[in-house]
Every structure is written in structure tokens, then in C-alpha cells.
Design a protein around this ligand. Structure first.
Ligand SMILES: Nc1ncnc2c1ncn2[C@@H]1O[C@H](COP(=O)(O)OP(=O)(O)OP(=O)(O)O)[C@@H](O)[C@H]1O
Ligand SMILES: [Mg+2]
Ligand SMILES: [Zn+2]
Length: 449
């Protein structure tokens, strides 16, 4: 007989509690706890005669891992070279960002049998989208369904190589009494899909909505279950979208994929630097271009700073796309080493295009942008600034300098301010001049006009 108990589960991180609490002790979310039924009888399935199979690691043959190409290069790259058979990929993103569009375009592109399960739209609605996106495929099967048991039935009969679940929040395992979208349902459905995918060697793409806090709904818990977690980001009022791996058991998490959203679907952006520099106003102060490496690819990005006097004792620092603490450190270095009065100024920093910059190689460009705005002097618009800045104001070497230089040349930049330690043995054409610097203070006059 099933015994039932009620528990409270944090909808953000999956933390469980026997009583309702207002603030999650694990992830600090407020009002995130929902009542859920827990079946206790399930826990008693330990028996002494379970079968198991042991293998010596040396006896296991490693065939080359099979990857299914989605044919969308940006997507394949973020996956680490395509979908791995037997793996589960979770794609999260804000409502309306284009998750269904992406998975439908990918599904139609895949050369093997794909089962597209939609719990949100009817077959007609999906067909209408497919017509709008002009995708055609003879190997794509649609299943509007939310019942997990029915879905497993279809998987068994049809034997697809890829199963798409759009979205996990609508799926329902009838053996549980919890409602669809509850943490227990989401977690249980995902685990069952993973288990079946591993056993029968097909790939699963799960679409998940993102909660207002920006986590894939339900769950951080889901992130542990699945093999790969991919975020689909972008602002709804901009046309570009960025795919970013947050976790990948089968590839790097550094790669990003860049798309533009049009009426007829997502197109890949082959040259992101052009896109990100497209809206640059070359004649305003506070704007500096740097070359950042995203994954294995260099991207030129505009860094914008706005420095204003602060009338009250509490100056503001606001960043988008850059670490707030890192900015504070750079401001302190500028103040201490260069005597720039920033502790009494508001500093706003924006990385154009909604990109997030994490590598320290962009430090020098950020410092130059801040000084450019502080002094109200524009930076030279054909100059790229590269270098990590240390606490002493020294400019430190960065990785992959050659790739950055080539990208800058390709887009017609003529000068590069770069770390002296990177200078030796560099091959470059004569169309671009290199200015090696040792120190932050040496770089600033070379950048400002
Ligand atoms: N007729 C259209 N013309 C142009 N763009 C459209 C059209 N229909 C939809 N779009 C674009 O597609 C986006 C919705 O894409 P999609 O349905 O793939 O998003 P989603 O992330 O799956 O959304 P949801 O969270 O509702 O499932 C819209 O925000 C819009 O930008
Ligand atoms: Mg959708
Ligand atoms: Zn929590």
C-alpha cells in the first residue's frame, strides 16, 4: 500500500523541508516552497538479491563516440561536436526566446529519425511553425502528448534516435499524484528519460522554462541529472540570441553559439564581431574595442563605460556583462597607480551586445574605457586593446594572441595595444601596427586621442 506524506520543496533548487519556510536555506530564494506529495513506499526497494554486472575497466572496449550532427553548426559546436547518443541535453531559456524554434530547426536537420514531443502545442501549430521556418523532413515525427507512459510507448514502437521534449514542465508521469510542473514531476520525468535513453542509446533534448530568478525551472536538481545544460539567452527586443553551455559532460563549456532571430527562424551568425561592432558610435568617449576569446573563437567586442560625478557619498557601480568585483579592483588600480579620481564617481560599465566577458584579457580595455569617459576624450576608433591588468598596474600576457590579432586585421583595425610579454615571435601582416606595453599608464595615451 502506498503511504503518502507531504513535503515542501524549493522550486528553485529542490531543497526539501517538512514544514513550509519563507526563505530557502540552500539557495536563499524567497517564497519558493511548494507543497508536494512524497510517496514513501518507493523508498523500500532495497533487496538483497539484486543482480549487478561488474566489468574490468581494461575489458571495456571504447568505440568511437557517436555524435549526431544537428547540422546547425553553432548548436553543434556548443554541444561539443553534435549530440552524443544516449545523452540528455537540457535547453533552458526565457519564454518566447526561441527554444521551440531552435529545436524544431535542429530536429528537421537531423538525418535520423526524430520524435518531437510537444506538450505545449498541437501538431497543427507545430506544422505552422515548420512552414514559417521552411523546414521539411521525412524523418521527423510529431507527437502532441504530455503523458510520459504514452511517450515511452511511442519511443518503443518508433525507435527514434533523437527524442525532443518540449517542455519538461508539461510532462506528467501518471504514477505520481503531483501536478505537472512540480519539482517532483520534473525530476522524476527527467530521470526516467535519462535512464531509458542510456539503455536504448538515443539522445534526448529537453526544453525547460526559466524561472524569474533565471534558473532553469525546477531545478538546479535537473542540472545534476542531465549530461548537458545549455542556456538560450538574448533580449527579446534584440534579434540576436546566444547559446551557452553551462555544463557539458561531453565537451567544453566555453563555446558559445550566436544566432539571429528572423521571421523565418534562427540563422547562424558566422562573423559575430561584425554583429557586435555594428552599432558602435565611433565618436563617443568611453567606448573601446577589445578582442575576447569565446571558447576557441576570437570575438571583437565593444566595451562601454560611463563615468559621472557622484554628488552623494555613495558612488554607484553598475555592470552588465562583466564581473562587478573585477570592475571594483580595476577602478582601485586606476586610482592608486594612475591617480584617477574614481572613488567619488559613479561608474557604469556595459559590454555591448549582451555578451558576458569573463576572461581577464579584457581588463586593459575596460580601464581605457573608464579613463576615456572620465576625461571625456574619445578612444582611437581603429585601435584594439588587449591585456590583463595586475594590481600593480602592470599589463600581463594573455592566451591566443595570434587569433585575436588575425580577427582584428580581418575587420580592418589598424592598431593593437597589447602586452609586451606577448610580443615576441608574433607573426602578423604589415597592415596592422602592434604597440606592446608593460604598464597600464603607458597604454592610456596610446589609446586616447
Ligand atoms: N510570425 C512571426 N514572425 C516573426 N517572428 C516570429 C513569428 N512568430 C514567432 N516569432 C518569433 O519567435 C519567437 C518565439 O519562438 P519560440 O516559440 O520558438 O519560443 P519559445 O522559447 O519556444 O517560447 P515558449 O516559451 O512560449 O515555448 C517570438 O518571440 C518571435 O521572436
Ligand atoms: Mg516553445
Ligand atoms: Zn532553494
Amino acid at each position: 500500500m502506498k503511504k503518502q506524506k507531504i513535503k515542501y520543496i524549493c522550486s528553485t533548487c529542490g531543497y526539501e523541508s517538512l514544514r513550509w519556510i519563507g526563505k530557502c536555506p540552500d539557495c536563499n530564494s524567497w517564497n519558493s516552497f511548494n507543497e508536494e506529495l512524497i510517496e514513501t513506499s518507493k523508498k523500500q526497494n532495497f533487496t538483497s538479491h539484486q543482480t549487478y554486472s561488474l566489468k574490468k575497466i581494461s575489458d571495456i572496449s571504447t568505440e568511437k563516440e557517436v555524435r549526431l550532427k544537428t547540422g546547425i553548426h553553432e548548436f553543434d559546436r556548443v554541444l561539443g561536436g553534435g549530440l552524443v547518443l544516449g545523452s540528455v541535453v537540457l535547453i533552458g531559456g526565457d519564454p518566447g526566446i526561441g527554444k521551440s524554434t531552435l529545436v524544431l530547426q535542429a530536429s528537421a536537420n537531423i538525418k535520423s529519425k526524430v520524435l518531437y514531443v510537444s506538450g505545449e502545442e498541437s501538431a497543427q501549430q507545430i506544422k505552422m511553425r515548420a512552414d514559417r521556418l521552411k523546414v521539411k523532413s521525412d524523418t521527423l515525427l510529431l507527437l502532441p502528448e504530455t503523458n510520459l507512459q504514452t511517450i515511452f510507448g511511442a519511443i518503443k514502437t518508433e525507435n527514434p534516435q533523437v527524442v525532443v521534449i518540449d517542455s519538461i514542465q508539461t510532462m506528467n508521469n501518471e504514477q505520481l499524484e503531483n501536478s505537472s510542473g512540480s519539482v517532483t514531476q520534473i525530476r522524476e520525468c527527467t530521470s526516467l528519460l535519462l535512464e531509458d535513453a542510456k539503455k536504448n542509446n538515443y539522445s534526448v533534448i529537453i526544453v525547460g522554462h526559466v524561472t524569474k530568478e533565471g534558473v532553469i525551472a525546477g531545478p538546479k536538481v535537473l542540472e545534476h541529472i542531465v549530461d548537458t545544460v545549455i542556456q538560450f539567452e538574448g533580449e527579446t527586443n534584440h534579434t540576436y540570441r546566444i547559446l551557452r553551455a553551462q555544463k557539458n559532460r561531453f565537451g567544453s563549456t566555453n563555446e558559445i553559439g550566436i544566432f539571429e532571430m528572423h521571421e523565418n527562424g534562427l540563422t547562424e551568425v558566422k562573423n559575430p564581431s561584425e554583429l557586435f561592432l555594428g552599432e558602435r558610435d565611433k565618436n563617443i568617449s568611453g567606448s573601446v574595442v577589445t578582442a575576447s576569446i569565446e571558447g576557441t573563437r576570437p570575438i571583437l567586442i565593444e566595451v562601454q563605460a560611463l563615468v559621472t560625478p557622484s554628488n552623494f557619498g555613495n558612488p554607484q557601480r553598475v555592470t552588465t556583462g562583466f564581473d562587478y568585483r573585477r570592475l571594483s579592483i580595476l577602478l582601485a588600480v586606476l586610482e592608486k597607480r594612475g591617480n584617477y579620481r574614481l572613488s567619488s564617481a559613479n561608474v557604469f560599465l556595459n559590454i555591448a551586445g549582451g555578451v558576458k566577458l569573463i576572461e581577464p584579457a579584457v581588463d586593459l580595455a575596460i580601464c581605457c574605457a573608464v579613463v576615456s569617459s572620465l576625461l571625456n576624450q574619445t578612444a582611437d576608433n581603429s585601435t584594439i586593446v588587449i591585456g590583463e591588468v595586475g594590481l600593480g598596474g602592470e599589463v600581463r600576457r594573455v592566451g591566443m594572441i595570434d587569433k585575436r590579432i588575425i580577427e582584428a586585421e580581418k575587420l580592418g583595425f589598424r592598431r593593437i595595444i597589447m602586452p609586451k610579454n606577448n610580443h615576441k615571435g608574433i607573426k602578423h601582416s604589415s597592415s596592422i601596427s602592434l604597440f606592446p606595453v608593460e604598464n597600464l599608464l603607458e597604454a592610456i595615451p596610446l589609446v586616447l586621442r
